[in-house]
Design a protein around this ligand. Structure first.
Ligand code: GN1
Ligand code: MG
Length: 366
């Protein structure tokens, strides 16, 4: 850690009532945006996070949204309507939910103890648990007015806006990167019919509170029960469409490969897992799920890898300003990987339709 960061860290820890000399700080998690640490304060362990304020232009909104959602979930939990643990942001000595130091925004959160995360689903039973957990989260927030949440990143999951950003990046890049990206750009241009289908759905779908980052590693599993115990990373919780959350969950649970694997030619879809996820998700949402949302789930499954591929490709063309990368072609590889997943979903359209749209849904959580 540089001396600047050390100074910053000690100011931040002090603001939350800890002294740097008592603390052991280690990196935590593998998010692509924020920087997260596990801090052992000598008395307990907490999570400290530096928010990426290039990505989150109004960090206060992220912290305030999280407080509001946590409060709602706490009420639901007390009323036995939410079986998982809400997250919690600690207050500073002067009762704020964050510290601003030297232009950087920090928060401190409760560590949910004795938990682990998964990068890959191992069996159908686990898939049912995952889908039920994300469905419970969304269901518990179904009576939270999404208008009361700040729009954290405008147009975050707006395909039209993401396509425009890609156009913009393409027109401003005259480099080797554009050459490398060209075949993917051409393919994206060939998907006009799908983009139109998405546009039609958006006109009729209801807005609700969505998580917008329902990848499998945003779920904590308890070591004791081996069941999900908390949905974490509320950074992008805001008004959105259910198909985005379902699609993002499927994207990370059903591909045989991690999102940045280079082995894309060997990628396969696990349809048994897809089936288990779909049943448990639909049953978990119960009567909070509308018919139009139900039929949009199929679109969401294709949309999320397609849109994330566009986002990775745009960042590649922009010179890797947004997502953290480990090597120079990392974003391009991620873009290729996610587009391969989209292609596989499209090639298996019939099978997808049969699994996602069949009625009635079998009784899940056997
Ligand atoms: C980012 O930082 P992380 O890993 O929570 C991104 C998501 C992407 C994800 C891909 C604010 O999430 O939208 O799906 O990477 N978050 C933001 O791994 O852009
Ligand atoms: Mg996130």
């Amino acid at each position: 850690m540089s001396s600047n960061q050390t100074t910053s860290l000690s100011i931040v820890l002090n603001a939350f009532g800890y002294s740097e000399k008592d603390c052991v700080v280690t990196p935590l998690g593998n998010g692509l945006i924020n920087t997260t640490y596990l801090v052992n304060t000598g008395k307990k362990s907490v999570v400290l996070q530096q928010l990426n304020n290039q990505v989150f232009k109004q960090p206060e909104h992220v912290f305030d949204n999280a407080d509001d959602i946590n409060q709602h979930l706490n009420i639901k939990q007390t009323a036995n309507q939410y079986a998982m643990q809400p997250t919690q942001q600690y207050k500073t000595n002067d009762k704020k939910n964050h510290v601003l130091d030297n232009g950087e925004y920090w928060r401190c959160m409760r560590l949910i103890e004795n938990c682990y995360t998964l990068e890959k689903i191992e069996n159908n039973q686990q898939a049912k648990l995952v889908a039920n957990a994300f469905a419970q989260f969304t269901s518990a927030l179904s009576d939270f007015n999404s208008k009361n949440l700040a729009s954290i990143i405008p147009d975050f999951h707006n395909l039209t806006a993401r396509l425009a950003q890609l156009e913009n990046a393409t027109s401003q890049t005259e480099s080797e990167r554009k050459k490398q990206a060209q075949s993917l750009i051409d393919f994206i241009h060939s998907q006009k019919a799908f983009c139109q289908e998405v546009k039609e759905y958006i006109k009729i779908l209801p807005l609700r509170v969505t998580h917008n980052d329902t990848k499998i590693n945003n779920l904590l599993f308890s070591y004791e029960s081996n069941k999900p115990t908390a949905v974490i990373d509320l950074d992008t919780c805001m008004a959105g469409y259910l198909m985005h959350d379902f699609g993002d969950m499927v994207r990370t649970c059903c591909s045989s490969l991690p999102e940045d694997s280079a082995e894309i030619n060997s990628m396969t879809i696990n349809f048994k897992i897809l089936s288990a996820l779909t049943e448990a998700y639909i049953n978990g949402l119960a009567e909070t799920l509308t018919d139009i949302e139900r039929s949009s789930l199929l679109i969401g499954v294709k949309l999320m890898p397609f849109m994330l591929s566009i986002r990775f490709l745009t960042d590649y063309l922009n010179g890797d300003q947004y997502f953290k990368t480990q090597y120079s072609e990392h974003n391009l590889m991620r873009a290729k990987n996610q587009m391969q997943l989209y292609k596989l979903f499209c090639q298996n359209h019939e099978k997808l339709t049969e699994i996602i749209l069949r009625k009635p849904v079998l009784n899940a959580i056997a």
